[in-house]
Design a protein around this ligand. Structure first.
Ligand code: ADP
Ligand code: MG
Length: 591
């Protein structure tokens, strides 16, 4: 399955994205940077004091003052360093939190069509793993570049002040090293991007594997799945090692350049001392500066290398943020559906799931008045589930219109539209959590009386009595496993608790035993007196009691009518009624 499309790759440069994430925390970041700078300044003053100390020694003066100044600077250096480190880490963690919150909010609002084309495991890696890399990029890159750069300039300025000739020599060596590092840096970016993509691929493989572990075990396919996950993990390892290699090379090029600078300064400086151009104290001070140049240079090179990893992560985060989302549910001037049962009408709806996929609806037309039950029947793949997906506005038709209460669906606020609908999707899941959480998912305000009634009408009350903690029993993952039929009844109870104006049941009773199915049929008939109910069903018993039946085949509505009319008038329906419906009734004793 394709990932977020690289052709939609963010055109915003990574550094602007980074500044966007950092903006809310700019003042703490500034504070941290200032503290780091002060730390550097305290360190920077040390050679000057050292020079005074050596001078004092040479002229037999007391060194107490110089010693006190030195101790003060050392303590200030440590204290400011600790405080600055804390403030910076605090800021970086806040940046990670901000990015995670933004990304999660966006992903929960994704259009279903975008979800169809994404790997959940990879998206998860973008939220958990890629955002973590923003931590280092905030502290090490942004602050490192800022403070390291400033310290570098300040140190060079001090050096220029002490001896311009030796400074020129040092700069020459540093620039040569910079050129080499400039060649290395893009390789770090490429390897980092591949490493992070591999982490995403590993997430995707794992999600597939763990989500279907029973089938994988039953198929004896553990080894193959293992290899797929290992391959992704190894690719991430390979690329990370490659990035580390280039980073190390860049870091050591910087280190080496400083050693070379030290030796060169020693040689050139020694000659200058011999000719009397500078005194020995100046040379010592200068050599100390060369030594002090090491830290900011390493910091800047580290920042640049780290930024390459960070910008790969920023690009991956931004790709996920560019996936199309539904508009946020803000108060809108669009009308909210009223409390009356809804009328729904399809007019010449043409729809396909993607531009490169065949049409699934080739002009679907039908109209359902308020109240009553309408059954959708037809061979699998006819487009029945798609009808419900379009009503929920998970997708929008390419041509034609869908109207609710005579108004186009796009004229309703999406969240308001959905709040009017109770939808039991085909193979509706039970979420992990308590049974109560599952029931109240769509209506957290339902009171105990309503819950009790929903349990009774779906005949879940006896199940709740049997469960060790009743409604608070954990179900789903890491909880009591429910049978297929029980899951379906939980899903129906959940939908009923929304007090819907339109109830959509997609093969919602397919796994119920005959007794429970009959009970549910009565419940649905009861609901249909006050609510518009659309059902996709395969059981003759359910279909025959519908007020109208819509027969679909290959993306078209073949016929609409009652059971009696259709048996006489539509050959496909007559055949379905004779074979499929009856077969479904026969195996109606599963749970
Ligand atoms: P039914 O519910 O009648 O069995 P569906 O509406 O589920 O049929 O599917 C109709 C057609 O659309 C099928 O050919 C199916 O493969 C295709 N389809 C369903 N969902 C998607 C999707 N998310 N992406 C691409 N194709 C899909
Ligand atoms: Mg279906």
């Amino acid at each position: 399955m394709p990932q977020p499309d690289p052709s939609e790759a963010p055109s915003t440069p990574p550094w602007r994205l980074l500044l966007g994430y950092v903006r809310p925390y700019r003042w703490t970041l500034l504070l941290g940077a200032v503290l780091s700078l002060l730390t550097g300044a305290a360190g920077l003053a040390l050679p000057l004091v050292a020079r005074t100390l050596i001078d004092d020694l040479g002229h037999d003066r007391s060194i107490t003052g110089a010693l006190l100044a030195m101790s003060g600077l050392v303590v200030a250096n440590a204290a400011l360093g600790a405080l600055g480190g804390y403030v910076l880490r605090y800021t970086a963690e806040s940046v990670v939190l901000g990015a995670r919150r933004g990304l999660v909010s966006h992903l929960l609002r994704l259009r279903i069509s975008a979800v169809d084309r994404s790997e959940p495991g990879d998206l998860m890696a973008r939220i958990t793993s890629d955002t973590t890399l923003l931590r280092e990029v905030t502290t090490d890159s942004l602050v490192g570049l800022g403070t390291g750069g400033l310290t570098l300039v300040a140190t060079l300025a001090m050096m220029g002040f002490v001896d311009p000739v030796l400074t020129g020599v040092t700069l020459g060596v540093v620039l040569a090293a910079g050129t080499v590092i400039g060649v290395i840096v893009p390789r770090i970016n490429r390897a980092s991007r591949r490493a992070q993509d591999a982490v995403g691929a590993m997430g995707a493989s794992l999600e597939r594997t763990l989500g279907a572990l029973r089938t994988i075990k039953a198929s004896g396919a553990e080894h193959r799945e293992e290899q797929a996950v290992h391959a992704a993990a190894e690719e991430s390892w390979r690329q990370s090692v490659r990035a580390a290699k280039w980073s190390a090379l860049a870091g050591n090029t910087a280190g080496l350049s400083m050693q070379v600078a030290f030796i060169t300064v020693l040689a050139v400086g020694g000659a200058r001392v011999a000719t009397g151009a500078v005194d020995i104290g100046t040379l010592v001070a200068f050599l100390l500066y060369v030594f002090y140049l090491m830290a900011p240079i390493q910091q800047v090179v580290g920042a640049v290398a780290q930024y390459q990893t960070g910008s790969a992560a920023l690009a991956r985060i931004e790709e996920a943020r560019l996936l199309p989302a539904e508009p946020a549910a803000e108060p809108s001037p669009l009308p909210r559906p009223g409390a009356e049962p809804a009328a729904i009408a399809f007019q010449d709806v043409r729809f396909r799931y993607d531009d490169d996929l065949p049409y699934v609806h080739h002009g679907v037309t039908f109209a359902v008045p308020p109240r009553g039950m309408t059954a959708f029947v037809g061979p699998s793949g006819a487009g029945k589930t798609t009808v419900f997906s379009l009503i929920e506005r998970f997708y929008d038709p390419e041509e034609g219109s869908i109207e609710l209460d005579g108004r186009d669906l796009t004229d309703w606020e999406v969240s308001a539209l959905r709040s009017a609908i109770g939808y039991v999707e085909q193979d509706a899941p039970v979420l992990s959590g308590s049974l109560r959480d599952n029931l109240l998912l769509g209506n957290p305000d339902a009171d105990d009386g309503e819950v009790l009634r929903a349990l009774k009408t779906t005949r879940l009350d006896s199940l709740v009595d049997r469960l060790p903690k009743g409604l608070d029993t954990l179900v789903g993952h890491r909880g009591t496993k429910l049978s297929g039929g029980e899951r379906q009844r939980v899903a129906i109870a959940r939908a009923l608790l929304r007090r819907p104006r339109l109830l959509l049941l997609d093969e919602a009773t397919s796994q119920l035993d005959a007794v429970n199915e009959a009970a549910l049929r009565d419940t649905v008939a009861d609901v249909a007196r006050t609510t518009t109910v659309l059902v996709v069903a395969h059981r003759l018993s359910t279909v025959t009691m519908a007020d109208r039946i819509v027969v679909m085949d290959a993306g078209r509505v073949r016929a609409v009518g009652t059971h009696r009319e259709l048996v006489a008038g539509d050959p496909l329906y007559a055949e379905l009624a004779a074979t499929q419906f009856l077969a479904a009734t026969d195996d109606g004793l599963k749970t």
